[in-house]
Design a protein around this ligand. Sequence first.
Ligand code: ADP
Length: 485
Amino acid sequence: MRLAAQIFLGFSVVIGISITDSYVNYNLSEKVNKNTEYVARSETIIRNSSRLHRSIIEMQSAFRGYLLTSDTTFLGAYFEGSEIMPQLFNEQRVLLRNSPSQLKRLDKIAALHQSWIGYSDQLINAKRGVATNPSVYQDLFENKLRKQVGKKINDQISLIFKDLDKSEYRVRAVRRDALNQSVERTRRFSLIFLLLTVVIGIVSTLYIVRLITKRIASMVNLADNISKGEFAIVKDDKNDELTSLSISLNSMSETLNKNIKELEKRNKELNQFAYVVSHDLKAPIRGIYNVTQWIEEDLGGEVSPQMRKYLNIIPDRIKRMEDLIHGLLDYARISREKPLKERVDVDKLVRDIAELIVPENFEVQTMNLPVLSTEKIRLEQVFSNLMSNAVKYSKPEQNGKISISCIELDDFYQFSIADNGIGIEPQFHSKIFEIFQTLREKHAKESTGIGLAIVKKIIDDQHCTINVHSELGEGSVFTFTWPKF
Ligand code: ADP
């Protein structure tokens, strides 16, 4: 799957969970609202019921007060009660509309209360007319009041109120439980969704980060290897955006590998050519030298001074030609032969070379030269060429001085060979490392322009570097690196 699709999928899952969470929470909060509403309604029913009951009791007290004291102020409370009573019943009826059993109880109370009103109205009216018609009141008193008709009605009303309240308390308790449960469920679901979002978010992020960094690391590794000359490839079968990058890197690595191999082949052929040509040139040159000797021997004293001068030039030129051919052979040999590594005490090596090629009037200083395991012949060639140059290009008017020192780096030793010779103009600093490039007069003795080319080739083969710091007349410092292992 493509990387963008995987990232999109990860985000979609997280967003999907968040949407589901919001939807579930919305539904649960609707339930919480509904249950809260139910509980509130139950509480209003209970409150209304007690208000209704209290009003009925207040009417009964007012009625009794009037009968006992004949004080008409009691009737005020009685009539007030009977006036608001229908409204209270109606309010309660609306609240109980969804509960038939409770509604039945309420209707029963209303009916009983209505019959009590009939009874109480009769007695109040009789009491009012007691002066004109005392027998009516007496009759009612004896047949109804004394027989506790009203009290029985009120006792029944109280009992039904008790039932109504009890039932409503039960309903309220059930609704409260439901409310608590829905609040608890909302909390639980929110927590579960939060954990799911966090876990899936972290897991998908870690997965993608791991997927990307691991593969980028292997590509960086490949690029590192390419820079070291190891042309491997990365395996990547994920078929996404990074796969295109690894395919490009692999093809770059393959092309470089092919080109380097081709280059190595050409280099080998060139070396072979230089070796064969210089080797084959040796015999005819020797032949020319022999012929000049024979001419000289045959002509003897007949040779004119001018002719002798010319004949004397020939051996010099032949010597120079031989030097060039030997230099070329040495140059070609560098890559043809791979010397074995051996333990080398560089200080001793340098002192041995100095003994052979540095004149006695020169001062040779060595500093911090290491002991290492390396291709001794190659290191020896480098030091010999650099030291012999320091001798060749010294100032004739002063005593020569050559200092050889070393600094240890991470993977390399860095050697420096400094002299107090004639120095080199900065514009020739890179030219002197090219083959046959000499800053001396072309035919100068011992100057073939091959020494530094050999040094450079050896150092290139070691994957190291060489450079020179110098000014004309100020001496020169040649600095090169050499592998530690
Ligand atoms: P050659 O010494 O045979 O000319 P090299 O390749 O060894 O060839 O040197 C190339 C040129 O670099 C020399 O001709 C010389 O001019 C210059 N050179 C090399 N080493 C030094 C040195 N230590 N001081 C001054 N010039 C130098």
